[in-house]
Design a binder for this molecule. Structure first.
Ligand SMILES: N[C@@H](CCC(=O)N[C@@H](CS)C(=O)NCC(=O)O)C(=O)O
Length: 182
């Protein structure tokens, strides 16, 4: 029996990462085929391994037979089934149902989120805009008073001094209503 996991560029393919993490979690040995994505030949290469023209793909060879699993969640389920000792899903039935719900929801939903914030570990972001002068001024004032603006102690002081004019005001909507500085 032998596993071959076909994945895409590590910095970009979160689908591949899921299958790879599950594969690693089983502790079973596996061969890895890494396909560089977003290159002219990528699609043709993927098609050599995957009937869905998508990666990740897990190929399970058993003697002359080979099973091809071509979806990240299906790969995770297959590995969970084949390696019960790895306990990829929670043992408790209710916890398992909940975990499966989250996994399936992530798998089939959040399209807009995934499009807007696709995984890219290699991207270099432009430097952040410096804080505007007002925020800098408030931060310095807080620091002079020995408090960090949103620390737990600052929030506690803000709520205990409601009614007095504390410069440390909690900005949560529930507090803002009663805050003297709101
Ligand atoms: N639902 C599939 C989606 C897999 C998927 O979309 N993979 C992308 C890479 S992250 C892919 O193969 N794209 C083809 C390409 O880049 O040519 C899964 O969970 O495995």
């Amino acid at each position: 029996m032998g596993y071959t996991l076909v994945i895409g560029t590590r910095n970009w393919s979160s689908w591949s990462l899921r299958a790879w993490l599950a594969m690693r979690a089983t502790g079973a040995p596996f061969a890895e085929v890494l396909i560089a994505l977003r290159r002219p030949g990528s699609a043709a290469l993927i098609e050599q391994y995957s009937p869905s023209a998508r990666i990740p793909v897990l190929r399970v060879a058993e003697g002359a037979a080979e099973t091809v699993v071509f979806d990240s969640l299906a790969i995770c389920e297959t590995l969970a089934e084949r390696h019960p000792e790895a306990a990829l899903w929670p043992h408790d039935e209710a916890a398992r149902a909940l975990a499966r719900s989250y996994a399936a929801e992530m798998h089939s939903g959040f399209l807009a989120l995934r499009e807007a914030l696709s995984m890219d570990f290699a991207r270099t972001l432009p430097p952040r805009r410096p804080l505007d002068a007002g925020v800098q001024h408030r931060s310095r004032a807080f620091r002079r008073r020995g408090a960090r603006p949103w620390s737990a102690s600052a929030r506690a002081r803000a709520s205990s001094s409601a009614g007095s004019r504390s410069p440390i005001a909690c900005m949560r909507p529930s507090c803002r209503a009663s805050s003297p500085t709101a």
